[in-house]
Ligand binder design. Structure first.
Ligand code: DLL
Length: 435
């Protein structure tokens, strides 16, 4: 039987949820306008006053907020509560430009952990479970978020953080972990290490995994489920909106339910900023209606996905988002063709290769090159050069059929591609480095 953390909210009728959202939105816009000069200026520039926002139908009147605004306003410019009321900061990994710093009051932390508790419960977690959290702890939201959710549910929580994979497996075995929380790439690595250590899924008690923070394909899901003997659930979120738990998967595993009582989603055309109807692919935009310290109105996530209100077999009425297909800024344009790394991953796993690969894009003599290094399993390894060349050609052909452009495939020996313990880096675009 499906279990809920907050049945009233998770199964609320559409009308009641809309009413709740309307009330919260009106209050939030007022809070933001009164307390954040940056927003006041943006709204004044657009000629919108808090009184103009009476319900979610008026959402479109508000200005968008982007990562550039967050960088502009760094560090305190979007703070809506005095620092004395804030108890925590978290931050993005910030590989480019300034980091984004998000602030939380105790109330914000409670709501965030509550969202994570919903995700853990949807994955079957109860106070009987042992929950091993191998997301990074620290400024990254993964560890603290799932840790807090796990406490709320009452699981015995193992705050492992990532790394030291053999020790992770030892703890998993010794303490009988039943739920694993980490990035999908790290879950794949844990599965691989389990087998390398001579164990099978029968030697561990894991039943479920809660994996997110990076894009992963259905093929990757199957492969992790098999290697760890579990059901793998997706979880989504971003530092700007609190962290993991903005949305989570249920037993149906066909997209993630958005915690709509806290976050109102919209899908827009990233170029024209036009709001798109349900079912169309576009950029996900969130308005946080309950956050006190760092509320974001119409925040452009850059994640591309589809929303759906199709009835879900789990009984939740919360709207669902598809797995993000990648970020609008992750999409590679190679010889004029749009390429998402996830398309390549799909082909690799379908063809029986491991999810360990590296995509390298460059520009040579004014023409884009696409090189894909793919790790073989020990069984795929052959000492006959011809065999290897044939396999490379065959894989390149399958990828060409998927993408419409030809890659150069390099099959490399088992274990030669660096494993990820957090978010995997699978693309190196050298064109950007030359520019
Ligand atoms: O990754 C928060 C998180 C931690 C989510 C643990 C889930 C689990 P950031 O570091 O700010 O926050 O990165 C947010 O990661 O905009 C997406 O592009 C990507 N992302 C997060 N979850 C998923 C997912 C955390 N389930 C950015 N599928 C987001 C695909 C995801 N991409």
């Amino acid at each position: 039987m499906e279990r809920y953390w907050n049945e009233e909210i998770e199964t609320m009728s559409r009308e009641d949820m809309k009413k709740l959202q309307d009330e919260r939105l009106v209050a939030q816009v007022k809070h933001v306008y009164e307390n954040v000069e940056y927003y006041r200026n943006l709204m004044d520039e657009k000629g919108v006053k808090p009184e103009d926002i009476k319900s979610t139908e008026d959402l479109h009147k508000l200005p968008f907020l982007s990562k550039a605004d967050l960088r502009d306003a760094y560090p305190y410019g979007l703070l809506a509560k005095p620092l004395s009321k804030c108890v925590r900061i978290q931050s993005t990994s910030g590989t480019t430009g300034r980091r984004v710093v998000a602030f939380y009051t105790q109330h914000d932390i409670d709501l965030w952990e509550d969202c994570c508790a919903r995700a853990i419960t949807a994955a079957g977690g109860t106070n009987e479970d042992v929950c091993q959290v191998c997301y990074g702890y620290g400024l990254f939201t993964g560890g603290p978020g799932l840790n807090g959710g796990s406490h709320k549910v009452g699981c015995l929580t193992l705050p492992m953080s990532s790394g030291n994979t053999e020790r992770q497996i030892q703890f998993m075995r010794d303490l009988g972990s039943t739920i694993l929380c980490c990035t999908p790439s790290y879950a794949a690595y844990i599965g691989e290490t389990l087998h390398d250590m001579g164990f099978t899924p029968d030697d561990i008690k894991l039943k479920a995994g809660i994996f997110g923070a990076e894009p992963w394909t259905e093929e990757m899901r199957c492969s992790i489920e098999k290697s760890l003997g579990i059901k793998a659930y997706d979880i989504y979120g971003l530092t700007e909106t609190s962290g993991p738990g903005v949305s989570f998967e249920c037993s149906e595993q066909t997209g993630m339910h958005i915690n709509e009582d806290h976050f109102i989603p919209e899908i827009i055309n990233p170029e024209t900023e036009e709001v798109l109807p349900e079912g169309e692919v576009g950029e996900l935009v969130f308005t946080s209606i309950t956050k006190e310290a760092f509320p974001l109105l119409r925040y452009r996530t850059r994640d591309l996905c589809v929303l759906s209100r199709k009835k879900c077999s789990c009984g939740r009425t919360l709207i669902k988002m598809s797995k993000p297909m990648g970020r609008s800024d992750d999409m590679l344009i190679i010889r004029g063709v749009n390429v998402f790394p996830s398309q390549i991953e799909t082909v690799l796993i379908e063809q029986g290769y491991s999810p360990n690969y590296l995509i390298e894009v460059d520009r040579v003599n004014n023409s884009d090159t696409l090189d894909i290094s793919v790790e073989m399993t020990p069984e795929q390894l052959s000492d006959k050069v011809k065999d290897m060349q044939d396999k490379e050609k065959e894989l390149a052909g399958a990828i060409r059929t998927m993408l419409g452009i030809s890659p150069k495939v390099h099959l490399v020996s088992p274990k030669s591609i660096t494993r990820s313990e957090g978010k995997a880096v699978r693309v190196i675009d050298r064109r950007k480095l030359h520019d």
